[in-house]
Design a protein around this ligand. Structure first.
Ligand code: XBP
Ligand code: MG
Length: 237
């Protein structure tokens, strides 16, 4: 195991309620009476990417809205407002890291184990989450940050993991991805990256067959334990 690759949303931090509230902020500011509660959002998480998620919502909620001539302006504008709200929440310290994550990052750095990030979210969300919780310098702790701005296809497509592994110059089998969702796991499988799942409230109960292990917390997890889990990988897609 030569590198750990961290997902962001649901892995570094339980971000999804802040994302959800930020979507609701954007809808309200634009004058739409759409409101995403936790039960609805759990279903909407089937689709990655904020703009894609808004369109997915409209497919069932208001298909006619999707036919508007200005839909390709409205959705990016809503998403821009959503990102501003989400980043504000991060800057206010509303989104802490998951318990155990900072210890794991510290342990990896102490052992000179390469760490990287593979996410489908918007780039500024990642850098703001890191700086708000770990300080400005933390961005440079990661050998590379693969995000939704760097690849054409989001998870569950393999693009972001392919990009990260390529940047690291490693064989995918020499890395271990830390993920929380089925979309993340499938992205890993398609990129031949070994994957450990650590669930959260939004993702527990999803189909995680193919994961090396399924845990529900990072607390107490050591590099040695991760290495043993990585050793179960049999390789291949
Ligand atoms: C995260 C996502 C993202 C966020 C919203 O998935 O799907 O779309 O929910 O962020 P993963 P944006 O943890 O698998 O990377 O609105 O910036 O897309
Ligand atoms: Mg995730």
């Amino acid at each position: 195991m030569k590198a750990l690759i961290f997902d962001v949303d649901g892995t570094l931090a339980d971000t999804e309620d802040a994302h959800r509230e930020a979507f609701n902020d954007a809808f309200a500011a634009a004058g739409y009476d759409w409101h995403w509660d936790r039960a609805l959002y759990k279903k909407l998480l089937a689709v990655t990417g904020g703009q894609q998620r808004i369109r997915f919502f409209l497919e069932s909620h208001d298909p006619a809205f999707l036919q508007r001539d200005d839909i390709d302006d409205i959705v990016p504008a809503l998403h821009k407002a959503k990102t501003a709200s989400f980043v504000g929440r991060l800057q206010q310290g509303q989104v802490p890291l998951r318990p155990g994550i900072e210890d794991l990052i510290t342990a990896a750095r102490a052992q000179n184990l390469t760490i990287a990030i593979a996410t489908t979210t918007t780039p500024i969300n990642v850098t703001t989450l890191l700086t708000a919780n770990l300080g400005e310098a933390s961005i440079d702790w990661f050998a590379c940050i693969g995000d939704g701005g760097k690849v054409p296809n989001l998870k569950p497509e393999p693009d972001v993991y392919n990009w990260v592994v390529d940047q690291l110059g490693l064989d995918p089998s020499d890395t271990l991805a830390l993920e929380d969702s089925r979309n993340g796991l499938v992205s890993c499988e398609r990129a031949a990256v070994p994957c450990l799942i650590v669930t959260n409230d939004y993702t527990e109960g999803q189909d995680f067959s193919g994961a090396l292990d399924i845990l529900d917390t990072y607390e107490g997890l050591t590099i040695e334990a991760l290495s043993a889990i990585h050793g179960r990988f049999k390789g291949g897609i």
